[in-house]
Each structure stands twice: as C-alpha cells, then as structure tokens.
Design a protein around this ligand. Structure first.
Ligand SMILES: O=C(CO)COP(=O)(O)O
Length: 152
C-alpha cells in the first residue's frame, strides 16, 4: 500500500462510542476531559451520544445506535478522512449482536491509520498528547495509487 500525508487540523473530529456496560466509564472520562472535548467536533453513536450530550452539555453529532448501523456510519466517515480520532470503549466481556460491525469499525480505523483509544488509560494517553492542541500529520492510504496498482 502506498501512503500519502493527510493534515489533521487543530480542531479535530472525534468519535465517541461505548458499549452499554462501558458507558459509565466513558462518561466519567469525558467529564474529566470536558474542557478539551469542547475544543473539537464531537460525533457519537446514538445512545452514547444522547447520554454524553446530557452529561457534558456539549453538542454532539449523533449517528444511529450501534446495533442498527451506527458503527458503520462512523466507519464510513473514517474512510472519507472526516474523522481524526476514535474513542471506543468496547466491551471485552460481552458479545454484541453487531459484533461484525464492531470488528469492521476497528478494522477500518486501522486501515485509515487513525488513533483509537479502547479504554480509559489509552484515552488518557491520547488526550495527554501535545498533538491534541496543534495540527499534525497522518499517513493515509493513497487511493489514486491504490487504483493504479489494481490488475484490472
Ligand atoms: O453499539 C455501540 C458500538 O458498537 C454503541 O451504540 P450506542 O451508542 O447506540 O449504544
């Protein structure tokens, strides 16, 4: 795969997602980082977004609920380079009816090389990075080159 450079702005597009038994942890983390979150554009799956909006009193662009396709909507934005960070507290102890969608979201985040925080400590690391407060660069797949490399 050939890569090219994508410039991520200071004001980042951040997706926030948590499975039901992880929602409390995400809310607790988000409340501690409310001031930083307020500097960015926030996105979330339906239920997570409604809960965070209530607790944080910050505007959040809400997709539909995860089991109905919200993970896939977030994945679609990642593949268009419209999301810069993913905070996804997924539940390692519960299988989900939409496990294939969860796996697909994590895969597409890896393909497009976006930082993913899967729990409180990785989210702490992410938000303590000095990259949070400035523009930075990220390598993303070069789609034009990819097409040229196809044998058809
Ligand atoms: O299921 C989810 C992520 O896989 C989250 O969906 P909700 O935010 O709607 O609960």
């Amino acid at each position: 795969m050939e890569y090219k450079t994508h410039v991520v702005p200071v004001k980042k597009n951040i997706a926030l997602v948590a499975h039901d038994k992880k929602k409390e942890e995400l809310v607790e983390w988000a409340l501690r980082h409310r001031d930083e979150l307020a500097n960015h554009e926030l996105y979330a799956t339906g239920t997570t977004g409604s809960l965070l909006e209530k607790k944080l009193s910050l505007p959040i662009k809400k997709f539909i609920s995860g089991p109905l396709g919200g993970d896939q909507q977030i994945g679609a934005l990642i593949s268009e380079s419209k999301l810069d960070l993913l905070v996804f507290f997924w539940d390692p102890f519960e299988s989900q009816p939409h496990d294939p969608d969860v796996k697909a979201l994590l895969r597409i985040a890896a393909v497009w090389n976006i930082p993913v925080a899967c729990n409180q400590s990785s989210a702490e690391f992410m938000f303590s990075s000095d990259m949070m407060g400035k523009s930075h660069e990220r390598k993303i797949p070069d789609y034009e080159q990819y097409l040229k490399s196809r044998p058809f």
